[in-house]
Design a protein around this ligand. Structure first.
Ligand code: GBH
Length: 506
């Protein structure tokens, strides 16, 4: 028994020793994030139109775990005031939410503007501001209006204009209050999963063809929205616009040159595919080279990768005021022999395999292993690859199966925030904010309600969708208040002040 206690003590000391005792900068902004389809419900209320997730869940329910859908979800459409109370309790500075395109424009086009939809977001934004919380709005978190899918969805480049028109409606309606805008959340999920591997709505399987067409449209759509803001709104509204890019961190499986190259190639095919054109200009060169090479050998008349004109490259380059970055986990990459030319596949274009180390710490999500050093390496890579942009971590978090005592989440956040602190202080990466995913347990796409990412538990069996604080609420609240992960951070006058005011306010 004594030995056991001693071992526990050693474990505890080594664990706490690993947690950074530095503090988050004074201006660092903590928040939480959600997305419209995952929390709002009210799928057909007050004039909202149908979107691709409504269509998928209503016509192809078995594609989703337990045939779950977002018809009611957390019912945030009706309970937004309660959500804001929870945010207020957490003490966060920022709330990142997304706007449902179909609620604003039921047909997807600007021929019909739905005033009750606009009013809903105005109410939410006012409630946030009245409580001292900054709204951060995402224009597109995967819920495309169905009529736009009916004309081909994102692979149709006309959608760039339709998105830009929608963005203008939002800037006009909400831009007096919203100062931080994100055009697309993780467009990689939309394109590679939605139109490539068929694991997100609209479940179209065309890997290596439709996915690149989608990416091409999305990059142009983003740039148009950014320019509209810049030309028509920035002068008066004084806000900032960017996009959210994500991927796993890809670590070479060995230190052989071929694995190291393969990992970098995969980073360019995942993160670079979305960031390069915006932050540096054009597709990453390795993407052009690989897709051109394989297209030719596969017998296509021209490359499967659409090309940007010089004018388009210049138009898209520089359309950012910071970088939105979502990070969850890490994979290893090893080089493989050139795959067969008899088949077309985005995976083949990358020329490598990605997998996770089975010894990494597991979680409730099969895809999510706890690898905090991956997040730190990723931040360093972004700094070095994209000329040291300001980064807002727009999502990071972990799921549980429905526990209130969510020590695993506390552990995940501690480890990741610690790695981020080291990236900020030791590596001088410019990270200015952090949004925990998520405020509430919510609809986790094809996983339905089986993966719960919330700081707050939601009772999906109750018509009230009762929210209950998990253990991690107090934990996050303390970090938000003290900007510190341990009992006592390396002190500066400022951080001491924060710690004192936290304890006095209790
Ligand atoms: C983000 O996606 C999203 O922005 C957010 O909406 C989502 O709720 C959150 O993170 C948590 O997933 O089961 O093996 O097929 C991150 C991308 C998309 C990665 C779904 C995992 C399922 C992998 N995630 N994907 S698998």
């Amino acid at each position: 028994m004594k030995l056991f206690k001693f071992m526990c003590y050693i474990l505890l000391v080594s664990l706490t020793a690993a947690v950074s005792n530095k503090s988050f900068p004074a201006k660092f902004k903590f928040g939480t994030a959600t997305a419209s389809y995952q929390i709002e419900g009210a799928w057909n209320e007050d004039g909202k139109g149908e979107n691709i997730w409504d269509r998928l869940t209503h016509t192809n329910a078995t594609a989703v775990k337990n045939s779950d859908n977002g018809d009611v979800a957390c019912d945030s459409y009706h309970k937004y005031k309660e959500d804001v109370r929870l945010l207020k309790h957490l003490g966060v500075k920022v709330y990142r939410f997304s706007i449902s395109w179909s609620r604003i424009l039921p047909t997807g086009f600007t021929n019909k503007v739905n005033q009750p939809g606009i009013q809903y977001y105005k109410n939410l934004i006012k409630e946030l501001l009245d409580n001292g919380i900054e709204p951060m709005a995402t224009l597109y978190h995967w819920d495309l209006p169905q009529p736009l899918q009916d004309i081909g969805g994102w692979p149709n480049e006309l959608l760039a204009d339709h998105f830009a028109n929608y963005a203008r409606v939002c800037f006009k309606a909400f831009g007096d209050s919203v100062k931080t805008w994100l055009t697309f959340n993780e467009a990689k999920q939309t394109c590679q999963q939605g139109y490539g591997s068929a694991t997100m709505a609209p479940l179209i399987k065309s890997p290596g063809v439709a996915d690149y067409l989608c990416t091409y449209t999305v990059l142009k759509a983003h740039a148009k929205a950014w320019h509209i803001y810049d030309d028509e709104f920035r002068g008066k509204q004084r806000g900032r616009v960017s996009t959210v890019v994500d991927s796993d961190w890809y670590e070479p499986a060995s230190n052989s040159t071929s694995d190291m190259e393969a990992a970098e190639t995969r980073r360019q095919f995942t993160f670079g595919l979305y960031a390069n054109a915006i932050f540096l200009g054009n597709w990453p060169q390795v993407v052009i080279d690989r897709v051109d090479y394989r297209s030719e050998n596969e017998g296509y008349a021209k490359s499967r990768l659409p090309k940007f004109t010089k004018q388009e490259i210049d138009y898209i380059r520089g359309t950012h005021d910071f970088m939105g970055f979502n990070t969850y986990t890490t994979s290893l990459v090893c080089k493989i022999e050139e795959p067969t030319f008899n088949e077309t596949d985005y995976e083949f274009d990358m020329g490598s395999n990605a997998f996770q180390d089975p010894t990494w710490e597991a979680t409730n999500s099969t895809w999510l292993k706890i690898v905090p050093w991956g997040a730190r390496k990723f931040l360093n890579w972004i700094k070095n690859t994209y000329n040291n942009p300001e980064i807002i971590i727009t999502e990071n978090g972990v799921s549980d199966a429905g526990l209130l005592k969510d020590d695993a989440r506390i552990h995940y956040y501690t480890e990741y925030l610690s790695a981020i602190l080291e990236a900020i202080h030791t590596d001088k990466v410019h990270v200015s904010g952090y949004m925990a995913w998520s405020l509430l347990d919510n609809y986790e796409w094809l996983a339905g309600y089986t993966e719960k990412f919330g700081l707050y538990h939601v009772d999906f069996s109750s018509p009230n969708r009762t929210r209950t604080a998990k253990k991690s609420v107090d934990f996050y609240k303390k970090i938000v208040a003290t900007h510190c992960l341990v009992d006592k951070c390396v002190t500066s006058g400022w951080s001491l002040f924060r710690v004192f005011s936290y304890f006095f306010s209790r």
